[in-house]
Design a protein around this ligand. Structure first.
Ligand code: GLN
Length: 363
């Protein structure tokens, strides 16, 4: 069945539909990873987005039980060059097409994804729509131009109620802004006693859980759309050790008086080089973000820049100069991508240990 992708600038791509046969409207973004389509499509940070993959063959190792980053993918659509109809891997349980059908997500293949990516790189991430070729392009374009992208994505993907993921180690309250399971996996691996809470949990509710540390998760959309979380971070800062990832990093910067901005086309892929300014070491990192912390806004804050992106010099990490708190823009939990930055979870544990020791000494 023929389907078309229409971009805000009027470009039309005609391709073959797969997955669910429904229309999709959202922001079109590209990911440059060569593998990891299952993790990408189930990463809640892509909520509402139409994601294109620059790697040409997608679906060749199928979909397995273990690699989901959320139970219900929030991605709006998948745009690919070629979708493999035969999946070959011992872990394979469904084809990509089957999964998208089950989850009600449309896909479009036979698209020149390199051309599409070049358009986005040149003009920036833009709105797009996937619909039947029977639809009138002018009418669809009119509808697309008049449409507004949602601003409540965090509310859509965050858990509605708190739940535990028990362990016998440090008690970590994980604020779920659209958490990837990889973060929970890394904390569980370190025996943390995790309580996952909704994005709008108040600081008093969090205090009542008596955490040793707070983890701010990744999540979709503009960090400025979640003012209640910025307030909560402000209120807890300095009281409880804190570690933040991606959206968590951006919210932390805003809570500390910094600012964020929307990037032209963002960073989405599995091999983004990041420099650790303390050690000079470069880590290859997994990334998925369209906003970034504005380093110029940090002058009058108590934040220190710890990491920068090698490709474009944007901010990738922060540490508070007075309080036990640090955050990164990239994904140390990988999923998908390299695990170079995984040690940051150990640093979070060290931070909680140090704070606990100091607390006992002063008791
Ligand atoms: N992965 C994330 O947490 C993304 C953060 C934010 N939504 C952005 O696009 O920049």
């Amino acid at each position: 069945m023929k389907r078309q992708l229409i971009l805000d600038d009027g470009t039309v791509f005609v391709g073959e539909g797969f997955g669910a046969e429904v229309d999709a409207l959202g922001e079109v973004v590209f990911n440059t990873g060569m593998t990891g389509y299952q993790e990408i499509l189930s990463d809640p940070s892509y909520c509402g987005q139409l994601v294109t993959l620059t790697y040409p063959l997608v679906g060749n190792y199928g979909i397995n039980r273990d690699d989901f980053e959320s139970i219900s993918p929030a991605i709006k659509a998948f745009i690919v060059r070629e979708v493999a109809d035969f999946a070959s891997n011992w872990r394979n349980e469904n084809t990509l097409d089957e999964l998208l059908k089950i989850k009600g997500i449309p896909g479009i293949s036979e698209i020149d994804t390199r051309k599409l990516t070049r358009i986005i790189r040149k003009h920036g991430a833009m709105k797009g729509i996937i619909c039947s070729t029977e639809e009138n392009v002018e009418e669809i374009l009119h509808k697309l131009k008049a449409s507004k992208l949602p601003r409540d994505q965090v509310k859509q993907v965050s858990t509605k109620t708190a739940y535990p993921s028990p362990g016998r180690g440090f008690r970590v309250v994980l604020i779920d802004f659209g958490m990837k399971h990889g973060i929970l996996r890394e904390l569980n691996k370190r025996n943390c006693d995790v309580i996952v809470v909704p994005y709008n949990t108040t600081s008093d509710e969090i205090r009542r859980l008596r955490p040793d540390g707070i983890m701010l998760s990744n999540g979709p959309g503009d960090p400025k759309d979640v003012p209640e979380a910025i307030e909560t971070i402000k209120e807890l800062l300095g009281e409880i050790p804190l570690f933040g990832i991606c959206l968590g990093h951006q919210l932390f910067a805003l809570a500390c008086g910094g600012d964020t901005f929307k990037m032209k086309f963002g960073h989405r892929g599995s091999n983004h080089p990041v420099k650790d300014l303390k050690t000079g070491q470069i880590a290859l990192t997994s990334q998925n973000h369209g906003y970034a912390v504005d380093e110029n806004s940090l002058t009058n804050t108590r934040l220190k820049v710890t990491h920068v992106a090698i490709n474009d010099g944007t901010n990738e990490g922060l540490r508070h100069l007075d309080y036990p708190a640090f955050t990164v823009q990239y994904h140390p939990e990988a999923s998908p991508g390299p695990e170079d930055a995984n040690y940051l979870f150990d640093e979070f544990l060290e931070l909680m240990k140090k704070e606990k020791r100091e607390e006992l000494q002063h008791a």
